[in-house]
Design a protein around this ligand. Structure first.
Ligand SMILES: C[S@@+](CC[C@H](N)C(=O)[O-])C[C@H]1O[C@@H](n2cnc3c(N)ncnc32)[C@H](O)[C@@H]1O
Length: 217
C-alpha cells in the first residue's frame, strides 16, 4: 500500500515536471503566477531548493543592502528581509507586476515591508543607482531571460553592486529553465565577474562571484 502511494506521488511529480518543462519550451519566458505559486511555495521546494541554500554563499546579511532579481512570490526575499534586520534594506524586482503585488502582500503579513523596496522592471534595466547594493541574489531567474539578454542582465547586476559586493546565483534542476553550472560560469566571465565559491548538492548549485572590472558609467 505504502509502495503504491510512493509510486503515485513520484508519478504525479514526474508528470507535473514534464508538463512544466514542455510548457517552458513552447512558451519561453516567465511562468504564469499560478504555476509559480505552486512550484515555489510547496514544502519540498522550500525545504530542499529554498532560501537556506540560495543564501548560503551570501554570508552574514545583517545591515546590508541586498537585492533579489526575479522575486516570484517572495519566498527568498522574505528570508532576505528577515536576515538584513532593522539596519539593512532588502530590495526586489520582477518583470511581472503580479509577482511584486504578491510579494508585497507576503512581506506585509510578515511585518518586514518597511525595510524593503520593490519594483516592477526588467533585470536588464533596474531602477537603482550604480554601486548601491552589497549583494545581488538570483534564484531560478536567469534562465527565464532571453539567451541574448542574459549577459546584459549580469552586467546590470554588476552595475548596481559595490566594487566589493557579491552576486550569488542559484539554479536547481527541476526548474524548466535551468542553466548548467559550466554555462553559468561562462556567462559570469563574459559579464565581468570572477567566481568566488561554488556550493553543490544533488540537483542544485549555488555560485558566488565578484566584479573583476569596476563598473564604468
Ligand atoms: C522561477 S521564478 C523564481 C522566483 C524566486 N527567485 C524564488 O526562487 O522563489 C523566476 C522569476 O523571475 C522573473 N523574471 C523572469 N524574467 C525576468 C526579467 N527579465 N526581469 C526580472 N524578472 C524576471 C519571473 O517573473 C519570475 O517571477
Amino acid at each position: 500500500m505504502k509502495r503504491k502511494w510512493g509510486l503515485g506521488i513520484l508519478g504525479a511529480l514526474g508528470l507535473g515536471f514534464a508538463v512544466v518543462r514542455i510548457n517552458g519550451k513552447l512558451r519561453p519566458g516567465p511562468m504564469t503566477m499560478k504555476l509559480e505559486q505552486f512550484f515555489l511555495t510547496n514544502p519540498v521546494r522550500v525545504a530542499y531548493f529554498g532560501p537556506r541554500d540560495a543564501l548560503r554563499l551570501a554570508g552574514d546579511l545583517s545591515g546590508l543592502r541586498v537585492l533579489e532579481v526575479g522575486i516570484g512570490v517572495g519566498v527568498v526575499l522574505s528570508e532576505i528581509a528577515h536576515r538584513v534586520g532593522e539596519g539593512g534594506q532588502a530590495y526586489g524586482v520582477d518583470i511581472q507586476s503580479e509577482a511584486v503585488r504578491r510579494t508585497e502582500h507576503r512581506l506585509s503579513t510578515e511585518g518586514v515591508l518597511s525595510r524593503t523596496g520593490l519594483a516592477t522592471a526588467s533585470a536588464t534595466e533596474m531602477p537603482w543607482a550604480d554601486q548601491s547594493m552589497d549583494r545581488v541574489i538570483m534564484v531560478a531567474m536567469l534562465g527565464e531571460v532571453a539567451p541574448s539578454q542574459r549577459v546584459t542582465a549580469l552586467e546590470e547586476a554588476r552595475r548596481v553592486l559595490t566594487p566589493d559586493g557579491l552576486l550569488v546565483i542559484t539554479e536547481f534542476w527541476p526548474d524548466p529553465h535551468y542553466i548548467p553550472l559550466a554555462k553559468m560560469v561562462r556567462h559570469l566571465r563574459q559579464a565581468g565577474f570572477s567566481v568566488v565559491d561554488v556550493f553543490e548538492k544533488p540537483m542544485l548549485y549555488s555560485v558566488s562571484a565578484k566584479p573583476v572590472r569596476a563598473f564604468e558609467p
